[in-house]
Design a protein around this ligand. Structure first.
Ligand code: AKG
Length: 323
């Protein structure tokens, strides 16, 4: 399996720990990017077959038009969609849209555990170069694959990604968890560039997870209330990175982040997000967390990650002295 195109530098490791996010330029070669593109397209084209896959744009339109049959039809998978929509309505929080003057119907597609559906992605996430990045950044002896999601925003997607913190969607605790956001298209502010609150992984808070397209918290979620970053962007140390295929953005799982819609004319924005954990991570149950239907073994409170759901993706090489 292919390795990284270049090593991760000490400055990049320091940036990850200080800012809670780092932009790694040119770490994957063209063959890897092309494999990721083909695989993401396959996952997007077969999303209807996934119990954990959603077209968020279809659901926000159904919510606006009160097409309750469409919403109910999406129940029974990872989320109880119609109950979440009732909860958003009761919260009176708006859906977060960027106004698209051309009024197009771009789709915001989200699927969970696509590596379990698309074998080349599984090889990349578990045996490939992505694990080397987590190994370089986490300071752990062993790195385990924890999970993944695909995010596609087609041109004309109005849905923003609400600012959120990944930690409270995950049923884990500890410090050594990072998220690789791997774009396979050029991404800038116009087509939904990721925005991070620098240093927010160090504010000591665990925030309520939200429903992703509104600031409304997930039903039953516990934690601190998320600040209104969309409403008061100047009060936060925000950073947005323009990225190219071959680059990766890596954030700490407590770093706050969000994104705009895709208002570009032609440029799709496809990305794979892979999560890796180190030695200090332990399971903690969060009843409000999205269901992980692909898991084969129950996660037990206080246990370290192990077993086939969380395979080892990287291990520190022991340097042996030669006598
Ligand atoms: O791509 C997006 O819009 C959201 C990605 C994200 O939140 C993540 O990878 O943690």
């Amino acid at each position: 399996m292919k390795r990284l195109s270049r090593p991760i530098t000490l400055d990049e490791v320091a940036a990850y720990h200080t800012a809670g996010v780092v932009h790694l330029r040119g770490v994957f070669d063209l063959a890897t990017v092309n494999m990721l593109r083909r695989s993401i397209d396959e996952a997007a084209n077969t999303i209807a077959a996934s119990k954990q896959g959603y077209d968020f744009s279809r659901l926000t339109r159904a919510m606006e038009r009160r097409e309750d049959d469409v919403l109910r039809g999406a129940d029974g998978g990872q989320h109880e969609v119609s109950a979440i929509v009732e909860h958003i309505r009761a919260s009176e929080q708006p859906l977060l849209f960027d106004a698209d003057p051309s009024d197009r119907d771009g789709r915001f597609l989200v699927d969970t555990a696509v590596t379990t559906r698309v074998p080349p992605l599984r090889r990349f996430a578990v045996d490939g170069a992505a694990g080397d990045i987590a190994g370089a950044l986490l300071g752990s002896e062993v790195v385990r694959y924890f999970g993944d999601q695909m995010f596609v925003k087609e041109p004309g997607t109005r849905e923003r990604t609400a600012f959120h913190q990944d930690a409270t969607y995950f049923e884990i605790d500890g410090d050594q968890c990072c998220v690789l956001w791997i774009p396979v298209d050029p991404v800038s502010k116009e087509n939904g560039g990721m925005v991070y609150v620098r240093g927010s992984h160090r504010d000591g808070k665990l925030y309520k997870p939200n429903v992703f397209v509104s600031q409304t918290a997930l039903p039953g979620a516990q934690g601190a209330d998320l600040p209104d970053i969309e409403g008061r962007p100047d009060d936060f140390d925000l950073v947005q990175f323009d990225v190219e295929p071959g680059d990766v953005l890596v954030h700490h799982y407590r770093t706050l982040h969000g994104a705009g819609g895709n208002l570009s004319r032609y440029q799709v924005r496809r990305a794979l997000s892979i999560r890796y954990c180190g030695d200090d991570i332990r399971v903690t149950r969060r009843p409000w967390a999205p269901k992980q239907l692909h898991l084969t073994t129950e996660m037990l409170e206080g246990e370290p990650l192990n077993g086939p759901d969380f395979p080892i993706a990287w291990r520190r090489q022991v340097q042996r002295a030669v006598a």
